[in-house]
Each structure stands twice: as structure tokens, then as C-alpha cells.
Design a protein around this ligand. Structure first.
Ligand code: GLV
Length: 329
């Protein structure tokens, strides 16, 4: 009998077919966002699960699904998965790094530019029919080229954004990260490590790319926003909860910072109501990695991990991107 696996959300049919060649696959064609109880019910008897960044996988769920051996996510961020709880139960966990780096950096840069140059705000104005004449300071924003780019969280995506800023736009790059980059990478990016307060004070455009954890919850709140320049922009493409959305909405309304670009929100898909009413913020629905080739690559990588983790045919072996390789022995 083939092992059974669950694909939690609707994904590309040909990618699901790769799983069907080896497993008894249950899918969620209707793309229902299952409750926790529904997810547990669908997981009964499953050896593996294909998840996205949104299904919470914790100790209690694992205890209710004792046959589960592999949790393979098509997201790079894995704050929805309790990795130590999986490791303690011998459950392999994988995420999908690298394949989305450049696409996500493109989007972060686009959102930052849209905020700086007031693209969404001016488009809404035009669509509303309010545009009757050219004027000298209409929607005058801030420059990106030559400005100081501040990167909070200098992992793969942060570095890809820094590269765009330094090489493409002549930006001065500063960053804050727990660990400093190698001197050779700092030199390539022209990037300088600074403490968090200096990053907030000196950035013209702050881009947030840190992973979410208890330690990064509200890493940028009222106190941090108060350090920023009134002409600065803030872009968050990391996770909701890293920025205190209520404090950000207030800072935007009071023009204590110029603008923001947000792809992620605390409690998404709900969005803080104040953010929906302030004009100087560009809001997108968690789509930073959403180019078709990249979303396909992410899903394929999750499948590669699932096939390897459950020892499927010629794919048996070491999963390509495990988060807890220690369970492999
Ligand atoms: C998207 O947010 C991801 O973590 O892949």
C-alpha cells in the first residue's frame, strides 16, 4: 500500500501529480482554509503533509496525528511550525529557501519604490477623477537613488535587496543583523553593520526582512518609529507581527514617517483598520514571492522534500532543504 499524504491547500495540478506517482494523495481542490480540528481530521493516517506558511503545526497537533513523519512547507518562513516539537517526535520538517530569494527581493524593492514615490496613493487619486491639472509638488515623494537603504535582517533576501540598492541605484547600504556578514560580502554589497538604533535613525528607506519569532515580535514599535526620519519609508515583506501595525498606522497618519509598504500584517488576512484609511501606505496581500515560476519552484521543492523524506522510489534519500536533519540519523 502506498503511504498517504495530504496537500493542505490547492497547488499546481502537475506538481500534485508528482506526489500521486508515489503516494495516496488527498488534496484540498476547493482551497478551503481548514480549522485546526479539520486539519487534524484530514491528517489522520497521513505519513506526510505539504503545507504553506499558514497552517499551524504544533505539539498538540502532532500528538493528535501520530503517523505523521514529514511536514514539508513551500514557504521559506516557518514560524507556523514548531520545529523542536517535530524533532522530538522524529518528524522531518523542510522549508523552501533560495528558490524565492530574487523574486522576493524584486518585490521588496518595488514596494519600497512605490512607497517612496507615492505610486499607489497617486493612482487612487487619478482613478477617483480628482486629477484636473499638473502641479509642481503633486505627489512629490522621496528619492531612492543615492539614498540610504537600511536592511533589518541581512539573510539571503536582505542581501539580494542590498545588492539591488547598491549596484542598481547607487544607494548607501547599512544593515542590522544578529551576526555580521563576512567582510568579503560586506565589501561586495558596500554594506556597513550598524546597531539597531543607528539603522532606524540613518535609513532613508528601511526594509524589514527578519524571520518572525518571539524575539522579533514588535521589533519595530512606537519607540523605534520615533527614531526614524520624518522623510523615511518603512517596508515590511517579512512577517506580520514584526512591526506593531497600530503604532505604524499612527506614525503614518501623523506623518512622523513619510510612507510605508506592507505585504504582511499582524493577524492577516485581517488588516488593522487604521492602515486601510491612511493614504501614505501601499498594501499588498502577502505576495512577495508570487511570480508564477517562483511559486512553482517553491511547490516543487516541497514535493522534492516530501518524496525524499518518505523514501519514494528513486527520490529516496536526503531531503534537499531539511530544517531538522538530525531526525534523519
Ligand atoms: C512567504 O512568506 C514565505 O515564507 O515563503
Amino acid at each position: 500500500m502506498k503511504p498517504a499524504v495530504l496537500v493542505c491547500r490547492a497547488v499546481f495540478p502537475d506538481i500534485v501529480d508528482r506526489l500521486r506517482a508515489h503516494f495516496d494523495v488527498e488534496t484540498n481542490e476547493a482551497d478551503v482554509v481548514w480549522t485546526r480540528a479539520e486539519l487534524i481530521a484530514h491528517l489522520q493516517g497521513k505519513a506526510g503533509v505539504f503545507v504553506t506558511g499558514t497552517q499551524p503545526i504544533d505539539a498538540a497537533l502532532l500528538d493528535a496525528c501520530p503517523e505523521l513523519r514529514a511536514v514539508c512547507s513551500m514557504a521559506v518562513g516557518y514560524n507556523n511550525i514548531d520545529v523542536p516539537a517535530c524533532t522530538a517526535r522524529g518528524v522531518l520538517v523542510s522549508n523552501a529557501p533560495d528558490v524565492l530569494t530574487e523574486t522576493t527581493a524584486d518585490f521588496g524593492f518595488a514596494l519600497m519604490m512605490a512607497a517612496a514615490r507615492r505610486i499607489a496613493e497617486s493612482e487612487h487619486y487619478l482613478r477617483s477623477g480628482a486629477w484636473t491639472k499638473w502641479s509642481v509638488d503633486a505627489f512629490a515623494g522621496t528619492d531612492v537613488h543615492g539614498a540610504t537603504l537600511g536592511v533589518l535582517g541581512m539573510g539571503r533576501i536582505g542581501q539580494a535587496i542590498a545588492r539591488r540598492g547598491a549596484l542598481g541605484f547607487g544607494m548607501k547600504v547599512i544593515y542590522h543583523n544578529r551576526s555580521r556578514l563576512d567582510a568579503a560580502i560586506e565589501a561586495e554589497l558596500g554594506a556597513r553593520w550598524v546597531d539597531k538604533a543607528t539603522l532606524l535613525r540613518e535609513s532613508d528607506h528601511l526594509v524589514i526582512v527578519v524571520p518572525y519569532s518571539a524575539a522579533s515580535h514588535h521589533l519595530v514599535g512606537a519607540a523605534e518609529l520615533a527614531l526614524m526620519k520624518p522623510t523615511a519609508t518603512l517596508t515590511n515583506i517579512a512577517r506580520g507581527g514584526i512591526v506593531d501595525d497600530a503604532a505604524l498606522a499612527q506614525a503614518l497618519r501623523e506623518r512622523r514617517i513619510a510612507a510605508a509598504g506592507l505585504d504582511v500584517f499582524e493577524g492577516e488576512p485581517a488588516v488593522h483598520p487604521e492602515l486601510l484609511t491612511v493614504p501614505n501606505v501601499v498594501l499588498t496581500p502577502h505576495i512577495a514571492s508570487a511570480s508564477l515560476p517562483t511559486r512553482r519552484a517553491m511547490a516543487n521543492l516541497a514535493v522534492d522534500n516530501l518524496l525524499a523524506a518518505l523514501g519514494a522510489g528513486e527520490h529516496a534519500g536526503r531531503p534537499p532543504t531539511p530544517l531538522n536533519p538530525e531526525v534523519l540519523g
